[in-house]
Each structure stands twice: as C-alpha cells, then as structure tokens.
Write a protein that binds this ligand. Structure first.
Ligand SMILES: Cc1cc2nc3c(=O)[nH]c(=O)nc-3n(C[C@H](O)[C@H](O)[C@H](O)COP(=O)(O)OP(=O)(O)OC[C@H]3O[C@@H](n4cnc5c(N)ncnc54)[C@H](O)[C@@H]3O)c2cc1C
Length: 765
C-alpha cells in the first residue's frame, strides 16, 4: 500500500463520511446559480493572497469615440427633454416625444450588436449612459435600463436560436418592440424558483392548424415596462403530463418569448412604485397557447430557464443598479456640498459646522467608492468576465451606500429637500431608493445569503470541488477526488495561517503591496485582511459546515469583509488609474479608514459569535494579536474631505463626472444651484472684508467704503442667486386637492388666506 492509498483509506475516508453528513446536498437551483457566471477577482481574494499587481495592470474602463459622442449627443439631449417633476405631478409617464426619441436613437438597443441594428455598445458605455440618464431622472433611467438589462434582448443574444435573433433583435433595437421580463409572481419573490406559473405541453390550434405547444397560465407582478410591453420573457414551470416530448413530466423552469398580443394575455394595469412613475405592473395569462418555437433558445433550452436567468444576472447585476447608484451618490455629493456652502444659519454657511461636515465627508467618500467599484466592474465585464459574486457585491453595496448618501443629503438639506415641487432636486432620488434596494435580489437576502454563501462555494479555491466529490454518485471516485482536493486544501490552510500570522504580528508591515504603488501602507493592510479573511472563512466553513447557510448573520459578516476587500481595492486602483491626483489623497485615506473599520467590525462580529470558540481564539491569536485595528477617520481628515465638496474645483468635477446639471433646459434647479455656488464662492473675499470690519449689511459696507460698488453688485447678485436656491415651492390649494374648492365655497378661514396662484415669494421656475 503506497502512502497516498494509506492516506485516502485511513485518514481521508472518516473525514469524507463526516463531511458528507454535515454538508447538505446542493439543490438543482442552487447548483445552477453556482454554475452561472465566472470566477474573477473574487477567486483571488478567497485565496487570501491576491496579486494586486494584476488588479492594477487591468486597463481602466474607457469609452470609444462613438460611445463618447453618444454620451455628449443623444444622452444630453434626452436629459434636456425630461422634466422629472412634470412626470410625477402631471404626466405620470414619460412624454410621447421622449419615448419616440429613445426609440429613434436606439436607447433600447444599446447592448444589441450592430449587425442586428443595435448600437453594439460596451458594458462601460451601457453603464455610463444609465448613469447619466439616471442623474437627470430615475424614471428615464429605469426605462432605459430595463430593455438593456435582464430581459428578452440579453437572453436572446446569449441563448436565442438564429431565427429568434434574426426576428426579434432588430425589432428590439429600434424600439418597435418593447420588452419586459416576467419572473416574479405573488408566491415567488426572493424565492423566484417557487413560482406557480405553469406551461403544459399539449396540442392546440395555432394559425388554424393543430400544433404541439404550451398552454400557459400565469400571474406575474411588479413587472417593469409590463403595462406597455409588446413582448414578454416569461419564466414558468413546464410540465409534459402526456410525455409528448419523451422527456418525462417535470421539465423545469423554462423561458418563453410571449407577444403580449397573444389571446389570453392580459396586461395594462399599473403599479405605482413609490410615485416613481416608470411603467410597472402585473401581467396575467389564462390558457394562453403558443407553439414550442416560442421557447427561448428552442426545445433544447427547455428546463434551462433558471440557468439562463442566473447567467444573465451574473453580469446585469454589476451594471444597472450600480450605475444608477453611482449617479445618485454623485448628485447627492455635488448638490449637498454646494447647498452647504450657500445655505447660512447663525450667519455661517452650514457646511462650516462640524456636525454637517461629518455626513458631508461620507457623501464624498460614497461617491468616490461607488464609482471606483462600478468602473472596475464594468471593465471586467468588458474583458469578458461574468463574475456573479462580484456583481452581487456591487448590487448590494452600491444600492446600500446610495441609500446612505441620499439620507445624508436629505438631512443636510433639511426642509429644502422635503418640500416637493420643481425646485426639489433630491425628492425623486429619495423616493426611488427602496426600489434599488429590492429589485435584482433584495438586499437583505443578497448580503446574508448570497455574497459569502455563493462565494464560499464558487470562488473558494477548493470548496466546490470538495462538494462535488462528496455528492459524486460513484462513492469510490468521490473519495478519491475528495482526498486529492482535501489535502491540497489543508496545505493551503497552513500557508494561509502562516501568512495571516506574519502579516498580523507585523501589523501589516510584512504584507505585500503592488510594485511602485502610491499608497503601499493601504495595500498592505488589505493584504493583511485578505489572509485573515481566508483563514477565518476556512475555519468557519470547517466548523459550521452546512449550518453556515442558516447562520446568516455570520455569513453576512464574512460577506462584508470580502466586499470591503473588493471595494477598497477598486478605490486604490482608481487613485492609480486617475494619475495619483494629490488632492484626492484625503478622500482615499478617509474611504480606507472607514472601510477598515467596517472590516474590523465584521471580523469582531464573526469572532464573537462563531460557535466553535477555539477557532475564534485561534484566529485572534494568529491574525490579531493586539486586537482588531480600525481607527475611525480623524476629525481633521473628515474636515478636509468635507471641504472638497464645498469648493468649486476640478477635483469636485472629477468626483461627479458626466452627471446632468440642467444643460439645455431653460429652467432647472441644478442650474440655479451651480450658478449660486460659483457666485457665493466668488463673493467670499468680499464677505471676509465685511466680517473683518464687523459689518453685516452690504449697503452699509458699501456706504462706509469697506467694499467697492462693483463688489457690492457681485454680493447682491450672489445673495439673489442663493435666495433662489433656498426657495421652495408652494402651490395654490386647488392644485393640490380638489377638496380645497369646497373649503373655499364654505368660506373656511384658511381658504380666505390661500394665494390664488403659485406663491410669488418662492419665485418661479
Ligand atoms: C419596482 C419593482 C420593479 C420590479 N421589476 C421586476 C421585473 O421587471 N421583473 C420581475 O420578474 N420582477 C421584478 N420585480 C420583483 C423583484 O425582483 C422582487 O420584488 C424581489 O425579488 C423581492 O421579492 P418580494 O418583493 O416579493 O420580497 P420578498 O421575497 O417577500 O422578501 C421580503 C424580505 O425578505 C428578505 N428575504 C427573503 N428571503 C430571505 C432569506 N433567505 N434570507 C434573508 N432575507 C430574506 C428579502 O431580502 C426582503 O427583505 C420588481 C420589483 C419592484 C418593487
């Protein structure tokens, strides 16, 4: 007996039996979700020793000239056509000319290749367009996003038959067809595979002929573009009770392309998603009959619906919502910094108060981080990766930090952002936050179940192979596979333990950083955390086994560490890619400090709660001998970062590139804000002169010769511009409520006071 056989039969075999007991079998839907997409940088992070040089060597996301021209042309034109307030208050839809413009300029066919009449844009361009359009209007952003994201277009390109592509793609590209995707039903939300929508294989009449097809019955809800869609990608469970296809009765989740004009399909009702009036509603189907060629990808794709959806989501989740979130975070940072400069209370711009500076710094940090991670992710997609774990990280963290930004922006704006009307540039973004949080995998589920749960299996260097070996139907072969992998895994664990030890005990000084990187200490800390993460995740998996699935709080925290390692790596890469802009150093320092605190809190959460106490003690001893690091950003740094948003500078523009600021519109609240910001900042030296002489009234200052006539004029102009920004809307009573008319008739006291027209005190836009 050789050494290996001895090892396998006497050491591995009992471990194999024990592991088979504690690891639950992987269900078919889980397996398909795990198989979907590819492993990319997440794989490197799971090794505990990522080679940051590779990350830095990756070319940054870039637009082609044609894509840039589209951004500067049709995208800007579209933004100028959309009046977000009018959509909310009056039209409850995008106007017809906007829909037509989007069709004509092929906004719905951005990802469709040119040979089918689409724009054939890269993932980067797709993301940039969604980002800019979302910065002008969430309704327009979602309407552009959905046809280019998970839906018929995307699925056809990857899985459609040639005939289906030739027929549908040109029609989708030029907007003749409006698509929607129907997965969610009342019983099946997060657990989408639990849908009760069915398709039975049977003979029916199609164009006057007896044809073998599917009889569909479904109730879908929350479907974006559903009310106006002409074609629906419908997910349903397919059954063949009479075995017409010879493949048994239960055929699994399948996707069909269903024209909404098919008899039996009922759509047109609308949901109102948080008064964000993009088209969204339920679709019903009663005994809808279609031939088998309506199955997306043809008969060979029967039962592959779940896999197709997961594959599409693996990329899509990394584009749409992260782009929208990046837009919101940038808008919040830019507008709030400006407002904090313009708005004074207690005779001081509110941005000078430290209480305001704290959230202001967070706004700058979120804007920098989300966009850094978005750019890295779309660059990876352009290289052909479809990283499902990274895209889940992006979906969760981009939307969650967008929510943080909007809440902080609202806090700083106070009543200005609460009072709705055409002057309110934040209300629409705020209302739409829960939508991003909920769709494409609700956030709680994504954080607690998917990021680490999927990553531990998919991205871990050995786990998937071990699980496959455990579930191998040939037990002898399974044991052999398990033996080979397990011992490599054990060797890897020792190497990880050593790395975690040397990096932990040296406080990160012995950890690697990429060659010539500008901030090696930050990279070293990331390397340190990466090795501690690999050690802790291995011990968590080894001691919890399949129970980790139920221990969602532990899984979520491990996912948080993994996510921070990705996001902070993206931040450091952005700093390098942008040519190491000196002024951005404080933001990078701030983001990293915040991230390290989050990492430390997540480590502490796992170590305090891991049921195997010995494992927690061991990790603390190896990786964190003097406790968990992670100091909060200092007050000095916080002040410095906050100030970047209160200065009109190239740095501020670099932080918020390509967002829509009202160009091409006669009246737009962001135009007023930007103008006032510039004027108020320019008037600063004038106000300083007055402060020094303790004079507050500009006229008095002019009369006393403290400021010149020209300075007086500039100051008055700045104050008028600021007043215009600070103004909010007020409406005649009747415009808000028809009941007001009754009040007037009964001469209610408050009706007598009501102004007949929009309040002039507020000015008009
Ligand atoms: C505006 C809007 C547009 C949409 N567009 C579309 C569309 O075009 N097509 C389509 O098919 N669907 C669409 N959806 C559906 C969307 O994908 C679902 O809403 C989403 O999957 C969540 O389902 P649910 O709302 O039923 O929440 P539920 O599944 O009921 O979840 C409720 C809560 O429980 C949490 N949760 C569930 N399971 C777990 C778990 N195991 N662990 C921890 N937490 C868990 C969730 O995170 C969530 O917080 C849309 C939804 C909205 C609101």
């Amino acid at each position: 007996m050789d050494l290996r056989t001895f090892r396998r039969d006497f050491i591995t075999r009992p471990l194999f039996r024990q592991a088979a007991r504690v690891m639950p079998p992987i269900s078919e839907t889980e397996r398909e979700a795990i198989d979907a997409g590819t492993v990319w940088w997440d794989g490197a992070l799971f090794t505990g020793d990522p080679d940051w040089n590779k990350l830095l060597a990756m070319p940054p996301a870039k637009l082609t000239e044609e894509e840039r021209a589209f951004m500067d042309g049709p995208v800007r034109q579209l933004c100028a056509m959309v009046d977000d307030w009018k959509i909310v208050w009056q039209d409850r839809d995008l106007p017809a000319e906007v829909w037509n413009f989007m069709r004509e300029k092929k906004f719905f066919g951005m990802i469709i290749p040119k040979k089918y009449g689409g724009l054939g844009f890269s993932n980067t361009a797709h993301s940039e367009v969604v980002r800019t359009v979302s910065s002008c209007s969430v309704v327009a952003g979602v309407s552009v996003m959905v046809p280019n994201s998970l839906g018929p277009g995307e699925l056809l390109m990857h899985f459609g038959t040639d005939e289906q592509r030739d027929y549908w793609l040109p029609r989708l590209a030029d907007g003749r067809e409006i698509p929607c995707f129907g997965l969610t039903s009342p019983d099946a939300g997060s657990d989408a595979a639990a849908m009760t929508d069915t398709g039975l294989v049977e003979y029916g009449m199609w164009k006057g002929k007896k044809t073998l097809g599917i009889r569909l019955n479904f109730h879908k809800r929350y479907i974006t573009l559903g009310p106006i869609a002409t074609v629906m990608g419908l997910a349903f469970k397919m059954y063949d009770p009479e075995n017409h296809l010879g493949r048994g009765e239960d055929l699994g989740i399948t996707v069909a392309l269903l024209p909404t004009s098919t008899p039996g399909v009922n759509h047109g009702e609308r949901h109102i998603p948080q008064f964000t009036y993009f088209q969204n509603g339920p679709l019903y189907g009663k005994d809808v009959f279609v031939p088998l060629d309506h199955i997306l990808g043809g008969e060979e794709r029967i039962g592959q619906g779940w896999k197709m959806l997961m594959t599409a989501l693996a990329a899509g989740r990394g584009i749409s919502l992260p782009s929208q979130s990046a837009a919101s975070a940038a808008i919040c940072a830019r507008t709030t910094g400006a407002y904090a400069r313009i708005r004074t209370q207690f005779n001081v711009p509110i941005g000078m108060f430290e209480g305001i500076r704290q959230p202001l710094a967070d706004l700058a940090a979120n804007a920098y981080l989300i966009d850094a991670a978005r750019r890295l992710t779309v660059a990876a997609l352009d290289e052909g990766h479809r990283p499902s774990v990274i895209s889940a990280i992006m979906k969760y963290h981009a939307t969650d930090r967008m929510r943080d930004s909007i809440v902080k922006a609202m806090d700083i704006h106070g009543g200005k952002a609460i009072i709705d009307g055409p002057r309110n540039y934040l209300g629409g973004q705020y209302r739409s936050v829960p939508i991003g949080i909920t769709v494409e995998g609700a956030n709680i589920l994504t954080r607690n179940l998917m990021i680490f749960g999927q990553g531990a299996i998919r991205s871990h260097p050995y786990m998937l192979e071990e699980l496959l070996a455990l579930s191998d139907s040939d037990k002898a072969r399974g044991l052999d596979r398990f033996d080979r992998t397990l011992w490599k895994h054990i060797g890897h664990a020792f190497a990880t333990g050593w790395r975690a030890f040397s990096r932990g005990w040296s406080g990160g000084r012995l950890a690697p950083a990429p060659e010539g990187a500008a901030m090696p200490h930050h990279w070293q800390q990331l390397s340190r955390y990466a090795s501690a993460f690999a050690l802790l995740s291995d011990l968590s998996l080894a001691t919890l086994g399949g129970a980790l699935k139920r221990k969602e709080m532990i899984s979520a925290r491990l996912g948080d560490i993994l996510s921070e390692l990705y996001l902070l790596g993206a931040v450091l890469k952005r700093f390098e890619d942008e040519g190491r802009q000196e002024e951005d150093r404080p933001i990078v320092d701030y983001v990293i400090a915040q991230g390290q605190r989050r990492i430390a809190a997540a480590f502490a959460g796992v170590l305090d709660n891991l049921p195997a106490r010995w494992a927690a003690v061991l990790v603390r001893l190896i990786a964190f001998p003097v406790g968990l690091p992670g100091n909060a950003p200092s007050d000095r740094l916080t002040n410095e970062v906050a100030e970047t948003l209160m200065r009109n500078s190239p740095q501020r523009d670099r932080l918020t590139p390509d967002i829509y600021l009202g160009e091409g519109r006669q009246e737009h609240p962001l135009q007023h804000l930007e103008r006032a910001f510039v004027l108020v900042e320019a008037a600063d030296p004038i106000e300083k002169k007055m402060r020094e002489k303790r004079v507050r009234d500009p006229e008095e200052a002019r009369d006393k010769g403290i400021i010149s006539e020209a300075e007086f004029a500039r100051l008055v102009e700045a104050k008028a511009a600021a007043a215009r920004v600070i103004a909010v809307d007020a409406f005649p009573m009747e415009e808000i409520s028809p009941i007001a008319a009754q009040h007037r008739q009964t001469k209610a006291p408050h009706a007598r006071r009501a102004a007949p027209r929009r309040s002039r005190t507020a000015g008009s836009t």
